[in-house]
Design a protein around this ligand. Structure first.
Ligand SMILES: Cc1ncc(COP(=O)(O)O)c(C=O)c1O
Length: 566
């Protein structure tokens, strides 16, 4: 059967909604041969959507199709479930709501970032402290969903026959992307939908390719029978729509064990594989991708040409809405969630908020941190989401990066917003302070850094009256990687003098700072505004160094007025 014709027929008959960009790229990666001992190509399912990618988008196109307005999608997963987050992000994009019931999983930087993002994006999240308490969380989720609107059940992991068809289409894309069938496809298997779809695709194409599904969940959930049941369900559904396709052979896929101590527990082999992949610029998560890549490295000989399914979503850029692009650059040692009020509030803009390298959910290389690198990373983020030019809003370190962006990539900046930042470089004393803080981080960890910084970062009123803001700031610091922290301190210490840049800024500029900012006080901010031609200065009362987070209403209003005037 011609794969292109089959894809067209399936899309016509099942009318999925449009959430992703297809086909996802297939990268041939000779550089990975030493790391993987095979000729490996990467199927970049992580690039499926700039809003929030990963393999789950495939299934959601089918699962969320045709839902009536006001639907409340209810689904389940671990606190760090990409399925939960993908459902929340994409359902919201379609105008629906999401309620999640979640059970615990071991904490890693990725699971913490996913947990924070799903609370941010879902309408309600019920979490249990233990697996035993999960039924109660599920009950609370259903009850809340019923109050919010018309509930619709989305199975855990999105594992349903309709979703399998999305993954079948992913497999069919290979026909056009590879000169010959590969020896193997390797992917992680959790709830089984992805593996079921790929097994079907191989049957449809008549390829002799072995699908290796690396089990990362308990055998009760991730097993060949479940995968087979899902693929049979998809065959039945397609037959029902008048599209008969062959069923895969009964032992397909081949399930390999990659679980280790349990779901979400990193394994030594997985972590070694993750580090290796990271060295080649491939970000894998400890729960899924890392364990599957470890299995790829241990494949029996004879499997030379292998496609590795990169299912992981890139969590590192939060993208919302449509309209003129607005890029937010966070400060040190924070992440993009410091802009949460502006991301929620400035709805007429296409908001793009990345985590800088080493922060939040971005990968954290051991070295290579500088203003130049950060600025080039931002230009790459803009390239990645197809944006030529954006209004760029940077706070503190984000402001220094914005100066660098104006020097290195001036065409990418439509207007500039400097929040709580400085133009001058570090004094000798400030440089010593950076070294001290790096030593504290390395010796005592992130909590010690938070203890040291927080009292100085926030206004006295915030420290006293806004415990949620204090907690949020501490959490951002605590989840930052140590290498990212130490790298950022080095970049801050070595940053160039931006004072000569000030008179050259040729775009509309807003300068905004907290009235009680002790790090970049109003006099410093005023001087920046005075030196930039035509810049406007605004002071935010009762705010310190994190004005947009401490006084969201006032700060967002000032930003909104400036943006409206562009
Ligand atoms: C990043 C990632 N990879 C792989 C999988 C496994 O896919 P499936 O549940 O379809 O087996 C998941 C499932 O949640 C996932 O989040």
């Amino acid at each position: 059967m011609d794969p292109i014709e089959l894809t067209r027929k399936i899309r016509m008959a099942l009318a999925p909604c449009s959430l992703g960009a297809w086909p996802t790229p297939l990268d041939t990666r000779p550089d990975l041969e030493s790391a993987s001992r095979t000729e490996v190509s990467l199927k970049r399912e992580d690039r499926s959507s700039p809003r929030y990618g990963g393999n789950k988008v495939r299934g959601l196109e089918f699962l969320l199709a045709g839902l009536p307005a006001g639907t409340v999608c209810v689904t389940i997963g671990a606190v760090g479930s990409t399925h939960c987050l993908a459902t929340a992000v994409h359902a919201r994009h379609l105008g629906h709501r999401t309620v999640l019931a979640q059970f615990p999983q071991p904490e890693t930087a990725t699971s913490r970032a996913l947990a924070a993002a799903s609370v941010d994006r879902a309408d309600f999240v019920a979490r249990s402290r233990s697996h035993a308490g999960f039924p109660l969380a599920l009950w609370r989720a259903w009850r809340t969903a019923g109050r919010l609107g018309r509930p619709r059940w989305i199975p855990g992991g999105g594992a349903a026959p309709a979703a399998v068809i999305g993954h079948l289409l992913a497999g069919l894309e290979l026909a056009d992307q590879l000169p010959a069938p590969p020896d193997a496809i390797v992917l992680p298997v959790g709830s089984g939908g992805t593996a079921a779809g790929l097994a079907l695709a191989m049957a449809v194409l008549g390829w002799p390719t072995t699908v290796f599904a690396v089990r990362v969940a308990p055998a009760l959930i991730a097993n060949v029978w479940r995968v087979r049941r899902l693929s049979r369900g998809a065959v039945t559904l397609l037959t029902h729509h008048g599209i008969p396709i062959p069923d895969p052979p009964s032992r397909t896929p081949v399930v390999l064990d990659g679980l280790g101590a349990g779901y979400g527990h990193p394994t030594p082999a997985g972590e070694a594989a993750r580090e290796l992949a990271a060295r080649h610029g491939v970000t894998l998560d400890p729960t899924y991708g890392a364990k599957a890549f470890a299995a790829l490295r241990a494949l029996p000989t004879g499997f030379r040409r292998v496609v590795f399914w990169v299912d992981d979503a890139d969590l590192a850029v939060d993208m919302r809405g449509a309209g003129p692009p607005l890029l937010f650059v966070h400060g040190f040692p924070f992440d993009h969630t410091m802009w949460k009020h502006q991301l929620a509030g400035l709805t007429r803009w296409r908001r793009i908020a990345p985590d800088l390298r080493g922060a939040g959910a971005s990968s954290a290389p051991a070295s290579g941190y500088s203003m130049r690198r950060y600025a080039d990373d931002l230009a790459a983020v803009l390239d990645g989401v197809g944006v030529e030019q954006a209004v760029v809003c940077g706070l503190s370190l984000g402001g220094y990066v914005l100066f660098e962006l104006l020097r290195r990539h001036p065409d990418r900046v439509r207007a500039a917003i400097f929040c709580d930042t400085k133009a001058e470089p570090d004094s000798d004393e400030a440089k010593r302070g950076r070294d001290d803080l790096a030593a504290v981080a390395q010796r005592h960890g992130q909590t010690a850094v938070a203890d040291r910084l927080v009292p100085n970062l926030l206004a006295p009123q915030t420290l006293e009256n806004q415990p949620d803001v204090v907690r949020h700031v501490r959490e951002m610091i605590q989840r930052m990687s140590l290498s990212g922290m130490v790298g950022a301190l080095r970049a801050l210490r070595e940053r160039p003098d931006s004072r000569p840049t000030l008179p050259t800024v040729g775009v509309p500029t807003l300068v905004l700072g907290g009235e009680d900012d002790r790090i970049s006080p109003p006099s410093v901010m005023e001087a920046i505004a005075a030196a930039i031609p035509g810049a406007r200065y605004e002071r935010v009362p009762a705010a310190g160094h994190l004005a947009p987070l401490e006084q969201p209403l006032a700060a967002t209003r000032i930003l909104g007025e400036f943006l409206e005037g562009l």
